[in-house]
Design a protein around this ligand. Structure first.
Ligand code: GDP
Ligand code: IMO
Ligand code: MG
Length: 428
């Protein structure tokens, strides 16, 4: 049985949550391996809407074990808020397992994320303000606080003291903020320790054993390819590896064990926050995509920037992630358009680029080269087979498949579980 990685192909919010949920019943473990509560996944089951941030989407599938891997940054207040909210709706969360090596988001990093953004002014990144960047920075600087530190108060206090020695200088002297007390942070974190303790495990070992036993493990990325700290539109990225390779470092499962990589691609493009976006629409068409696609952030409620699908980005995602299968989502949102432009290349100062430009400045100046495909007017939300789709919708998928260089196995035609067309099995 396979180990499957599921990633976003664009700038996030492609519908990863729905795709994970679709696979749910065939999967024994769902692992979140990067990011934290900057993610926002909306899942609709029998008309009921669930918004998940920190918990892996597999939590909604009975019998599936959700795992928070070592690559995740955990805000404990959010973790227990989400657990309580799901329990109140009758969802069983008792199988949740959390890596002892995952890093915690202490309150000072939430403060620093927000004040840094304010300080940057027009140079801001548009972060979610959840403390993600400062917490990953601490991890790399080796001053981070890990889940396991909660169970040794002396160590916890010493580490927080060490971190606050630096952070308070920054808060007070650069940002003119009040200093944060060590006790305040230690006490807040310790309030969660006993509730967390039974969930904590060596998740790398757990997952390796599960694979040895023939279980199916799904690694679910937060964010997406172009938000990856190494392969995205740096510096307008998140601070973790959201591409498929991150599934290994973020879980302790090696690359030789991964069987399939599924990428989720929205039938158009969206982006939240700052940064380059060649196919962005600043006109009524952009507003139309936002309205029809309900493109408002699940986490921050910000309106998402909208534009046409970008096959250069799709092809890049195929290469960087080693995609075996694509899920194209939200095809229904394109219904009613006379023609649909698809970006096939960029023009950068008169030079055609078929691949992502190597320089970020060139990407900022990339002008899309469009191919116009004929649209369709029929409501497709009830289509359940590829042949049910109007011929122009079929052509749109087939042309996209050619351009991005990997097969499109599933097509989404609505937010609900049932609004899905399966062309090939995602499980291989
Ligand atoms: P994620 O962060 O990648 O999990 O995606 P989000 O949940 O942030 O955003 C995707 C949105 O699209 C959610 O509101 C989903 O319910 C919705 N969605 C997913 N697939 C489809 C689809 O095929 N059609 C439509 N209309 N909505 C979809
Ligand atoms: P899901 O998993 C879309 C964006 C933020 C900002 C940048 C850095 O739902 O697809 P951060 O708070 O991570 O330091 O912000 O990354 N961003 C997302 N955009 N979907 C997400 O998650 C995102 N997570 C972070 O808007 O531009
Ligand atoms: Mg989202």
């Amino acid at each position: 049985m396979p180990a499957i990685v599921l990633v976003g192909a664009q700038w996030g919010d492609e519908g990863k949550g729905k795709a994970t949920d679709l696979l749910g019943s065939s999967v024994d473990y769902v692992v979140k391996f990067n990011g934290g509560n900057n993610a926002g996944h909306t899942i609709v089951i029998d008309g009921e809407k669930y918004a998940l941030h920190l918990l892996p989407s597999g939590i909604l599938t009975p019998g599936c074990t959700p795992v928070i891997g070592n690559g995740v940054v955990v805000d404990l207040s959010v973790l227990f808020e989400e657990i309580d909210a799901l329990n109140a709706r009758g969802v069983d969360t008792s199988r949740l397992v959390v890596s002892a090596n995952a890093h915690l988001i202490p309150s000072y990093n939430r403060v620093l994320d927000k004040v840094t953004e304010r300080f940057l002014g027009s140079r801001r990144l548009g972060t979610t303000g959840r403390g993600i960047g400062p917490t990953y920075a601490d991890k790399m600087s080796r001053i981070g606080i890990r889940v396991q530190d909660l169970f040794d108060e002396k160590i916890l206090r010493a580490k927080i003291e060490g971190a606050l020695d630096i952070k308070n200088q920054v808060l007070v002297k650069i940002y003119n903020r009040r200093a944060i007390e060590v006790d305040e942070v230690v006490e807040e974190l310790l309030t969660y320790a006993e509730r967390l303790r039974p969930m904590v495990a060596d998740t790398g070992l757990l997952l390796s054993n599960a694979l040895d036993e023939g279980k199916t493990v799904l690694f679910e990325a937060g964010q997406a390819t172009l938000l990856d700290v190494d392969h995205g539109t740096y510096p307008f990225v998140t601070s973790s590896n959201a591409t498929s390779a991150g599934a290994c470092t973020g879980s302790g499962v090696p690359p030789t064990r991964i069987d399939r990589v599924i990428a989720i691609l929205k039938a158009y493009s969206t982006r939240v926050g700052e940064g380059p976006f060649p196919t962005e629409l600043h006109d009524e068409m952009g507003d139309r995509l936002r309205d029809v696609g309900a493109e408002f952030g699940t986490t921050t409620g910000r309106p998402r920037r909208c534009g046409w699908v970008d096959a250069v980005v799709g092809r890049y995602a195929t290469r960087v992630n080693g995609v075996t299968d694509f899920v194209v989502t939200k095809l229904d949102v394109l219904t009613g358009l006379e023609t649909i432009p698809v970006c096939v290349a960029y023009d950068v100062n008169g030079v055609r680029h078929d691949e992502m430009p190597v320089s970020q400045s060139d990407f900022h100046h990339a002008v899309p080269v469009y191919e116009e495909l004929p649209g369709w007017s029929e409501d497709i939300s009830g289509c359940r087979t590829f042949e049910d789709l109007p011929v122009n919708a079929q052509r749109y998928i087939e042309r996209l498949e050619e351009l991005i260089g990997a097969r499109i196995s599933t097509v989404g035609v609505g937010p609900g579980r049932e609004a899905t067309i399966e062309r090939h099995s995602l499980l291989g």
